[in-house]
Design a protein around this ligand. Sequence first.
Ligand code: AMP
Length: 476
Amino acid sequence: MYFTDFDFEDEVLDALDAMRFEKCTPIQEQTLQPLMEGRDLIGVAQTGTGKTAAYLLPVLNRLCTGEYPEDAINCVIMAPTRELAQQIDRQLEGFTYFMQVSSVAVYGGNDGQRYEQELRGMARGADIIVATPGRLISHITLGNIDLSKVSFFILDEADRMLDMGFYNDIMTIAKQLPKERQTMLFSATMPEEIRKLASDLLTDPLQVTLALAKPADGITQQAYICHEGQKLGIINHIFDNESSERVILFASRKTKVKEIARTIRKHGFNVGEMHSDLSQSERDEIMFQYKSRKIDMIVATDILARGIDIDDIRIVINYDVPRDCDDYIHRIGRTARAGTKGRAITFVSEEDQDYFKRIEDFIEQDVPKMEVPASLGEAPAYEPKTKKGKGARGRNGHGKDGNTKPRRKGNGANRNSRKKQNNNGGKAAGKPATASQQATATPQDAANGEAKKKKRNNRRHYRRPKRENGGEGKKE
Ligand code: AMP
């Protein structure tokens, strides 16, 4: 299904064109239409599936009609970590390029200047706030923010937020919002606490579940069954024959990350490290260096397993086996994003064999075992004790506050001119849905005339140059 099959405003279609988004991912196919109709939604989907666009596009489509107050916060998006908040904000920046819709990311840090930036962004009347729970609570407590006009409330990676102990914060924030609103909850898993949260916050939600979290098809998985002391030699062996660019190496503990980074740096690798001991500006600097290819490899804790938006990572190495199957999926899901190909290599020491077997059971695949080079000595056999098992729970929690990147609202001049009749009779209208709405996620072709259809078909073959006049309002 193509984005042009949906009844999106031109500004949204222009942004999709500019971002080279053409075909919907499965989660988008299933959720765009009901969300555009105002349904509350539970989306069970992991990162890498396109869930961010799935919830942003319907909201932006509504906001760019100009039918919502200009001087109020209309949408709140909650994310567990500053990295994810930044990632969402970056997608927003792309999608809102051609429209008079502004956003501010509220994810903190201890830096007073950043705090001021957040305040300014909110004072300018950002339409959308992307926030980590702790930081938003502190703005609410200090009376910096008015959420009484919010029409859209989105919880992204809700399971992660609950793991990090944000249940009460989320409920406190929800109490500030109008009851009449559209609420969307996205989560990679559906444990009992998420069901409870959903029943507290959502009204008659549609639930869309993507097939249980499994690695993307484009990822070639491999494992080395080895002794701890052989891991460094295996890294050298792997990169003897190929480039070490666009590589992420995960380890579970930050002490381990620091140690590995130090050691492999000595072996001549161009490497940065990422863990929760770094300040936000240090983390941003590492990400900048990695994206601009000044460093080849990042050694990271699971802090990077979810909130990183780089599409061309070639190889993910698990220096150790994550204790949680979801973390394995998330780590290796950093490669082969958006339909590309990548490799995920896991080092399995003797003490990790049982954990790895659980992962193999969970993903229902035997991961091919690679031969440890003979020069590194004899490797252990793969003899896990666990025959069957489910992924162990209990994930790492990570920092929740970070930097600010407020964007300026346009002057709004075009905004009113873009206003059009709201067929659903007001904000977040159409809720609760009719039975037919509940049963379907089909496009609205029927409503569109022949001319519109023709225009849309033409659009599939036409590529708008990256920037035209339409984006001027976004500039400072
Ligand atoms: P997400 O799961 O939202 O983190 O998205 C994963 C990546 O896929 C992001 O880099 C998106 O920009 C990209 N993406 C999402 N939807 C599409 C699409 N329909 N076509 C191409 N890329 C997409």
